[in-house]
Design a protein around this ligand. Structure first.
Ligand SMILES: [Zn+2]
Ligand SMILES: [Zn+2]
Length: 258
């Protein structure tokens, strides 16, 4: 039994149509002109050449899965987690986490924040590939044994208009491609719920019920992705909606973790 509509899988694996030679040449000329006028620079140190230079990529504070909390993904929470204990969960109005497990590629330090801001707010879409690569590399093998698809927290309509793209969708596509899973749009955001500047409790209340699952068959475990996990409120709201729609387990994967 397939857990997702066949169209989703077909879309995810259909090869893109070959580019016409004229168009390919025009794209090369345009890219060369853009590169001359606005040279590619590292999102962190501003060195020319790459969207994230090798040195800055190596310096990003990678989260060690073996030291992190296996449940919520908090760095150093393996033995005793200060993020998903009953007191912390109670502050956000929960008794248990709806996520089966969560993992993040890096801790959100100044450099990781620069990567996220350059990607999302300065429109450097090429960083999606770099970020998705780091995310896919930290997926525990056990998730892959059962996950049926990768999905994502959709950006609000206002954010999509402001940025010109859905940053979450682009990241999820990169992750799905690397994991060999279909990328399925399973969530919608009926009302805008900007989380910036809110406290932990306010984030929980703001996100509660703000995401809903699209009317598709969600029968298998899924991996939900997002760029940053701050308090986990958004990922928990996504998990609530997916579980209500039939997902037996939801794993959460982000690029950075605050
Ligand atoms: Zn750099
Ligand atoms: Zn935890």
């Amino acid at each position: 039994m397939t857990a997702f509509a066949p169209a989703d899988r077909a879309d995810a694996r259909r090869p893109s149509s070959p580019e016409l030679p004229g168009r390919a040449l025009a794209r090369l000329v345009r890219d060369a002109a853009v590169e001359t006028l606005w040279p590619t620079r590292c999102a962190v140190c501003d060195a020319p050449g790459q969207v994230l230079c090798d040195q800055c990529a190596r310096a990003l504070p990678a989260i060690d899965w073996w030291a992190a909390c296996p449940r919520c993904g908090a760095p150093w929470g393996r033995l005793q987690c200060c993020e998903c204990n009953p007191v912390t969960l109670g502050a956000s109005g929960r008794t248990t986490l709806p996520l089966a497990q969560a993992a993040s590629a890096v801790a959100l330090d100044e450099a990781a924040r620069a990567v996220v801001v350059t990607y999302k707010d300065r429109g450097e879409r090429r960083l999606a590939d770099v970020m998705a690569g780091r995310m896919a590399a930290c997926v525990p093998p056990a998730w892959l044994d059962e996950a049926q698809a990768v999905t994502f927290v959709p950006a609000s309509a206002a954010a999509c208009r402001r940025r010109g793209f859905d940053h979450g969708a682009l990241l999820a596509e990169g992750v799905a491609q690397r994991l060999g899973l279909p990328c399925a749009r399973l969530l919608s955001r009926p009302r805008s719920a900007d989380q910036r500047g809110l406290t932990r409790a306010a984030r929980g209340a703001n996100m509660a019920g703000s995401l809903s699952a699209l009317p598709k068959a969600v029968e298998g475990p899924v991996i939900v992705t997002d760029d940053v996990c701050t308090t986990g409120a958004t990922l928990c709201a996504a998990a609530d909606a997916l579980i209500a729609a039939g997902a037996p387990r939801v794993y959460a994967l982000t690029f950075a973790r605050a």
